[in-house]
Design a protein around this ligand. Sequence first.
Ligand code: ARG
Length: 589
Amino acid sequence: MASVPSLASTVQQRLAEGLSAALPEAGSADPLLRRSDRADFQANGVLALAKQLKGNPRELATKVVEGIPANDVLREIEVSGPGFLNITVTDEAIVRTLAARAADARLGVPYAENAGTTVIDYAQPNVAKEMHVGHLRSAVIGAAMVQILEFTGEKVVRRHHIGDWGTQFGMLIQYLMEHPHELDHKSDDEVSGEEAMSNLNRLYKASRALFDSDEEFKTRARARVVDLQAGDEQTRALWQRFVDESKIYFYSVFDKLDMDIEDADVVGESGYNDMLVETCRILEESGVAVRSNGALCVFFDDVKGPDGNPTPLIVQKSDGGFGYAATDLSAIRDRVRNLKATTLLYVVDARQSLHFKMVFETARRAGWLNDEVKAVQLAFGTVLGKDGKPFKTREGETVRLVDLLDEAVDRATAVVGEKAEKVGLTETEIVENGQYVGIGAVKYADLSTSAARDYKFDLDQMVSLNGDTSVYLQYAYARIKSIFGKAGDRTPVAHPELELAPAERALGLHLDQFGETVHEAAAEYAPHKLTAYLYQLASLYTTFYDQCPVIKPAPAKEVAENRLLLCDLTARTLHQGMALLGIRTPERL
Ligand code: ARG
């Protein structure tokens, strides 16, 4: 199906025609159109143009209006204030546009004109470690960006850069070697995610204790790191067991989060081991990196430590070891060369921004990033407790993600249960809805403020029925579905000849902006813009629902059919939008 031009773009085009008729010399000046409360749209572009041409803005505005060819979209254009244009579109144009959207499975949303390939680095927990709220943010924001970008036609390659390498594995592997039955289980199927994590925790604590107290163990553990890096087979096999055990746990959490993570997309730090030496060689030979006290470093004019001395990016340590930076630089090479990325997107905590700034700049100097390939960190802020401090347990430990998710689902199930009788939900539906509402609430809270900002993790607020929450949107959706259950033989039919009520116009104009919002969220890596749009959609629907009866009291047949069109498109837009955010919309709630 062909995409549907939005009313905003049609109006924009008419204005541009008026502009060039009135002022051929103005070329392709932007009329600067936006939605407005006073009329449907307001255009401010004439003001700047008049200033530039040293003309009278009101006169110019009038000329522009006169220059607009006759058409059936614009009902009224009024010159107001110093030279604004207030524009009202016809009811007919609104209904026709909505009908065209309703006829398309993509709701008329166009594909991006210049789609590329984005490699997105998100949901990257660390092996043998518990997942925490930071990993939640990366997973939730990343998954939303994947869906949003794919919906616009971008090719997306997912990369879960898990922390599966580093010196701590020497200690773990050595311990497992000396306590060979510690990770035994009959078969992987019999281990739950919780058990896997508790096994890993136990091993981590025991090996740490030994490492700290037993000098000889420490020496053996350090030697084990060398064996691991040298690719010693037995050592690698034990390392693999830690990775596998951790994956059981990760997948159980992603499953709880209602998120699909494919094994093939999990390419952890270790996946770039074979490239590290070459990465360093290229950087050193090209002079991008230099030796400094034995370490291979990249320096930056604007990155200095508190003592005023430059803080370099260390690509290789003086003992020959490679760290986080060498891996990330190698990953960039792989993603650009082998995955043919045009954009590298990293959904990572803002506290790693300096690392990425230095890594990206290094990659630019090396020519791996350039005008054709860009890298962006979608940096997210910290999750805070109700007290506004970084989220910790009462004992001061980091909060386990699973506990949070379980609690969210429990709370949501209680909320769902309260209304269950009225709706006639079965026991199974209550359980399922509890999951959709609980997990949806957590995701929504994460996606409803701009990612860069810190936010408070407040479950009471998250599952509240009134306010900017996912459950408010989910109820709006279910309410529409129940209307269709009662609509009998009436089905949505567009009636462009009908006059629209104010609430119908407001809802219709907003529905028409879905595509633009999705594209904006994609281009700016700002899923919160889509979230805000959907919340407003649900609010406008609530007003419409209060003011414009569909079933009872029964309006004229055509009016009911036209309203059902609005209901149908609202439901589908909510469903599609929420799906892009990774949130389910149950049919009955
Ligand atoms: N595993 C890291 C952490 O838990 C995040 C990895 C981010 N991605 C990357 N390419 N460095 O903090």
